[in-house]
Ligand binder design. Structure first.
Ligand code: ADP
Length: 297
């Protein structure tokens, strides 16, 4: 949470009980997770979460340099959280700062608790998180992406790590703060768990919450984490999905071509007829565009 941000010029919780971006108090922003997006990393993931865009890449397990950092009993997990200069509205000075060092530390600790580090003594598992566009909740998006990237790299781990930050805005507890809510709100509660056991891997709190508000924010977080966990698994399933024949299959008979239509050996790709009404080429937008055309007559 960035305290002391510019106060909002408008109300963030509207009369109808919705938030300024149209969400209900207990709604997540749209999230998409993709596994295996980088060819040269051992594992990778890309997360879009509201207006956040975060890339995670994993290398390892590989030899530790400098060697004095090696642990003869287990692997070390070295994560690095970095925010690109162009990820925020005013150019951010490149390189590590206190904030990124803190996030690097808490994310490394969370990940080290899930990787079976004792299986790879003397090695390091390096996890790079690059925030390409930031809109609050980037530590959570980074951790969510990092654990998918670790799984994508085939690194044995206890579970995936979903993370989310709920908080308080204008006296109301809300799920998954966006940047404006984070900057002008009263509290922020980032949280990550190990879904299989419910163990906490990350729990921070900035600002003030009463006991009841804290319980409410945690409840939102738990519910959101369930959704995010399913998305993480789905992203990995998609990458490794294979189309397969479960049993031997008798080949289907060739279909009889009805009279007048091209038969075998007479394949006419996209013949010279005009396209059907409403049809358009792959990747081309429909000509009429969406209904909510801006300025449309
Ligand atoms: P998180 O991104 O995990 O919520 P913070 O609460 O520290 O972490 O930051 C909230 C948001 O404030 C960030 O996601 C980003 O949009 C913005 N922000 C953080 N650091 C900077 C910075 N140096 N310059 C501009 N905006 C920043």
């Amino acid at each position: 949470m960035r305290m002391g941000g510019t106060p909002s010029t408008h109300k963030m919780i509207l009369e109808n009980g919705k938030r300024f971006d149209g969400r209900a108090l207990d709604e997540l922003r749209p999230i998409s997770i993709q596994a295996g997006v980088l060819k040269r990393a051992d594992g990778s993931a890309y997360v879009e979460w509201g207006d956040n865009k975060v890339l995670a890449a994993v290398y390892g397990p590989r030899e530790v340099h400098p060697r004095h950092m090696q642990n003869p009993a287990r692997a070390i997990v070295q994560a690095r959280y970095n925010m690109a200069s162009f990820s925020v509205s005013e150019r951010k000075r490149p390189g590590p700062d206190r904030r990124s060092q803190e996030l690097t530390k808490i994310i490394s600790e969370a990940l080290e608790a899930v990787v079976f580090v004792e299986q790879y003594p003397r090695t390091t598992v390096d996890v790079y998180m690059e925030v390409l566009q930031a809109d609050a909740g980037t530590r959570c998006a980074g951790l969510t992406a990092a654990s998918v990237a670790l799984a994508d790299a085939g690194i044995p781990m206890r579970d995936l790590v979903p993370a989310v930050a709920s908080g308080k805005v204008e006296g109301r507890v809300v799920c998954d703060l966006n940047r404006e809510e984070d900057n002008c709100g009263e509290a922020d509660l980032p949280m990550a768990i190990l879904p299989r056991t419910g163990e906490f891997l990350l729990l921070q709190m900035d600002g003030h919450l009463t006991y009841d508000e804290l319980m409410q924010a945690m409840e939102y977080n738990f519910r959101a984490l369930k959704v995010i966990y399913e998305l993480q698994k789905e992203a990995l399933r998609k990458k490794y999905a294979t189309a397969q024949l479960e049993e031997p299959v008798v080949l289907p008979k060739p279909e009889e071509a009805p009279a007048g239509e091209p038969g075998r050996g007479e394949f006419h790709e996209g013949a010279d007829e005009p396209p059907e009404e409403g049809a358009h080429g792959p990747g081309e937008p429909p000509l009429d565009g969406p209904e909510d055309h801006e300025g449309g007559a």
